[in-house]
Ligand binder design. Structure first.
Ligand code: TXD
Length: 309
């Protein structure tokens, strides 16, 4: 029997995650959404594409939770995006409810599942899932860092006309404008970035990375990025199901690492069949540490606003 991955929220990121995962043929997939017919329709359409690409994967769409029973991994992308007239607090309160309920509804049926969270505000929603599911920290991992790092890698690759495979970039911190692209640790085939790219061009790449989400929203106008975020989720799912011990930037619950307590925060973490296996601690200089602290303060303030009753 294949592993089972349930994706709560079958919108742009949820459905595209299903698409990447089906292509990888690593799990059967359940898509859950509140919109009637939509997850069923997307699942059936995707199922009907399997004969064409030659993959044997079962894809189920549903408005309920029964079909998620026995999931190895639960991915939560369900949530609302900010609309005109809505404050960030409104979004925080509404997505807290949605992510909290999605966690409670799934954990009952899949008590051993590992959770990957995507819903914004990301680091805070990871906290909600951990608390509502009463989960150990190993089993809640937020996706942000792979995406932010991939954006930086894409920009470096375009700048130097070099393969994306040669470009290693590490973006840490909270998922927002205060994220911290670590240029000193980033490299092209082992050569530090600042030896390859002039200072002003590198500064522009860092800035574009920080604003990468907004750049896409500005172009799409009706939604936010979904190809790269969902590809990032698929990489995390694969790392877990194949027990790869893959180190990727992820939002994980910190217990003193990087001087931070009781928050989810983007740091390099090792992922395998047990979930988050290890936090990797870089040697950071004062400037990098200060930037991380500022980013952590922002996340901690949002967590303090939570009402988890
Ligand atoms: O890197 C990252 N962390 C991010 C985060 C990258 C991209 C998107 N990011 C956030 O993910 C975004 O700000 C949103 O909070 C979520 C989902 O983004 P997506 O682009 O997929 O949004 P959609 O297309 O609006 O899909 C959300 C779906 C939609 O179909 C709703 O009907 C559904 O969520 N939804 C629910 N499903 C199940 N259960 C409940 N309660 C529910 N409420 C809404």
């Amino acid at each position: 029997m294949k592993p089972k991955v349930s994706i709560i929220g079958a919108g742009m990121t949820g459905a595209t995650t299903a698409h990447w995962l089906a292509e990888m043929e690593i799990a059967d997939i359940v898509l859950v959404d509140v919109v009637e017919g939509m997850p069923q329709g997307k699942a059936l359409d995707l199922q009907e594409s399997m004969p064409v690409i030659g993959k044997d994967v079962k894809i189920t769409g549903t408005n309920g939770y029964e079909e998620t029973a026995g999931s190895d991994i639960v991915v939560i992308t369900a949530g609302l995006a900010r609309k005109p007239g809505m404050s960030r607090d409104d979004l925080l309160a509404m997505n807290t409810k949605i992510v909290g309920e999605a966690t409670e509804n799934t954990i009952k049926l899949s008590p051993d599942a590992i959770y990957i969270i995507l819903t914004n505000p990301l680091d805070v929603m990871c906290y909600v899932a951990m608390k509502k599911g009463n989960l150990p920290r190993e089993r809640v991992i937020g996706q942000a860092g792979i995406l932010d790092s991939a954006r930086m890698r894409a920009f470096v690759s375009m700048e130097l006309d070099v393969s994306v495979e040669n470009v290693n970039c590490y973006v840490l911190g909270g998922h927002g404008d205060s994220m911290v692209p670590l240029t000193r640790h980033s490299n092209v085939a082992g050569v530090p970035l600042d030896e390859m790219i002039p200072e002003d061009r590198l500064a522009a790449i860092v800035e574009r990375t920080r604003k990468g989400g907004g750049e896409i929203v500005g172009l799409l106008k009706t939604g936010s990025a979904y190809y790269a975020p969902s590809a990032a989720i698929a990489q995390m799912v694969e790392a877990i199901l194949k027990d790869k011990h893959l180190i990727v930037p992820s939002s994980v619950y910190l217990k003193g690492e990087y001087g931070q307590q009781d928050i989810f925060f983007g740091v390099p973490a090792q992922l395998g069949r047990q979930g988050m296996e290890k936090v990797i601690e870089y040697q950071l200089n004062d400037e990098e540490m200060d930037a991380l602290k500022a980013s952590a303060k922002h996340v901690a303030e949002n967590i303090a606003e939570l009402n988890l009753d």
